[in-house]
Write a protein that binds this ligand. Structure first.
Ligand code: URA
Length: 309
């Protein structure tokens, strides 16, 4: 429950920073919160839950999948979302061998890691990156969402389909790059009995710190020429929590992670929320910088993508 309350508090802080002055909260929800803090069984309005999970925001963040039909009220199992204490970041050594051998060993390790497994619900999957082990470009996203935890593959939901199109726009195939996430599980959300969680929440610093060695190991194995952080959470994970306030400070610029050049850009879900050519062009200009740096050919047509107003 602590995670849910922290997620709510951070969402409210974000809304405040975005200039939102009032957030309607029903008496029922206030009372649910009071009970939640007291650790009792609570009643939560699904409408309020959806509002908290998917607020309107100018900051790029991940979209909520289609909501299930609203029901008047549902019972939250009190300890389903628990602040599971994570140990400090795991230390491990991968076997010697070629990339495929080392990657398979890493995959086994991550998919069977007891702390990762404890974070996923029955029937859902821990997710490791996918793609070419010889990729020159490695994309790093935030965390698996609803679709990803079912399929066990990063970026296969709506944002992932858009990312795939953007990669194709660079003139390469999805399978030619490597795609990973800061997190290996979908951060837990409050559960309403009998319903799938709605939306996603950004991982906590503790969760990201736990998973970061797994991402470093993937960077080590693949040895990409360039990394691309997709969105604020990925950028915080790679640049360090607290290194910037708003993504605009670091986006479109070169940074460094694990001694490799790192480009920071928006998460593709930003375009899902704001499908204007202006937004697309901002991300595309970051992609053009990446293409130039890895030496991909850029046609006049590619150069001019999304310039139309
Ligand atoms: N968004 C992410 O950041 N990662 C995924 O794997 C899917 C959506």
């Amino acid at each position: 429950m602590q995670i849910a309350i922290n997620a709510l508090a951070s969402e409210l802080r974000r809304l405040k920073a975005a200039g939102v002055k009032h957030v309607p909260v029903s008496e029922a929800s206030l009372s649910a919160l009071r009970h939640a803090v007291a650790g009792r069984r609570v009643e939560v309005s699904v409408a309020d839950r959806a509002m908290v999970a998917a607020p309107v925001s100018p900051e790029p963040s991940r979209p909520a999948p289609a909501s299930p039909p609203l029901r008047p009220a549902a019972v939250v199992e009190p300890r389903k979302v628990t602040a599971v204490q994570l140990p400090s970041a795991p230390a491990f050594t991968l076997p010697e061998g070629d990339k495929a051998h080392r990657w398979s060993a890493l995959r086994e390790l991550v998919l069977n890691d007891p702390h990762c497994r404890a974070q996923v619900r029955a029937g859902k999957k821990v997710v490791l990156g996918v793609g070419s082990l010889d990729a020159k470009i490695m994309f790093v996203g935030e965390a698996p969402g609803a679709e990803e935890e079912i399929q066990g593959e990063p970026f296969v939901g709506p944002a992932g389909q858009l990312l795939t199109k953007m990669i194709q726009g660079m003139g390469v195939k999805r399978g030619d790059v490597y795609i990973g996430n800061i997190m290996n599980w979908r951060p837990q959300l409050p559960l309403v009995a009998g319903q799938e969680p709605v939306g996603n929440r950004p991982p906590t610093e503790e969760e990201m710190t736990y998973c970061l060695p797994f991402l470093r190991a993937q960077v080590d194995i693949v040895n990409p020429a360039i990394l691309v952080a997709l969105g604020k959470t990925a950028a915080h994970g790679l640049l360090g929590f607290g290194t910037f306030e708003v993504l605009g400070e670091v986006r479109g610029k070169w940074h460094e992670f694990a001694r490799r050049p790192l480009m920071v850009t928006y998460h593709p879900s930003y375009i899902l929320r704001n499908p204007s050519n202006r937004a697309k062009r901002m991300i595309w200009e970051d992609f053009l910088q990446v293409m130039t740096r890895v030496g991909l050919p850029i046609s006049e047509k590619q150069q001019a993508y999304f310039l139309d107003k």
